[in-house]
Design a protein around this ligand. Sequence first.
Ligand code: MG
Length: 253
Amino acid sequence: MVAGLGGVASVLVIRTLLFDGDDTLWANSHHFEAAMVRWAELVCAPGVAMPEGAPGVPAGGWTHAAARAELNRVEAANFHNAIGTFGFADNLRVAAATIVRPEALAAIHTQCANLVAAMPTTDAEAFPEVPAVLDALGERFVLGLVTRGDPTEQHAKLASSGLGDRFRHVAVVPAKNAETYAGLARDWGLDPAATVMIGNSPRSDIEPALAAGMGAVLVSHGETWHLEVVDLDHLGDAFHSISRFEDLLTLFP
Ligand SMILES: [Mg+2]
């Protein structure tokens, strides 16, 4: 709910708004979701997956759901190492190795590589409402972009989005933790108490920014990546949640 907040900016004297990129300013996770659906089809195909009853095969065999559960497990274990599509490809290969018959593995690894290579990792189209909201906010606040991923991919997406000119500060970081945000505040000369981080990921955008003394706004829409889901109940007054990007204009009048 935004109504009743009375505008955060007027209370906290916010000067800088930092934004996440993927799935906050432009859609991204749907590329990964589509690739994972296709991957599950490949590894679970008859004659490819290890048969039911073989060691390590779940009851009911390697269904698409079971394969996704295995991929989720691999992604969770590899969360801090897997960056960008290169890391994603690695996760697909590792999970496939558990599922696929040894004689089929080489062909599957090639198909995984082709699948990832075909993902449009350098294209990004801003959500329709984003440019105008950033333009309005940019008249009153310094804007920055803090995005996690492969630097080449992320800079290409920013260029593709057409949003680059709106940000005074841009950082592509390998991890988003409290030290990341504190370091950026130092580098950019920001007062954390006068800075708010805005993004769709509780684990990457919200919790660590709050831990660094910043405010944080969760733009929650549709799906949140399963590795990003955390308990938000304990977060305090510096945290707000909105369901539409346009609500930022009410929150920061
Ligand atoms: Mg994001």
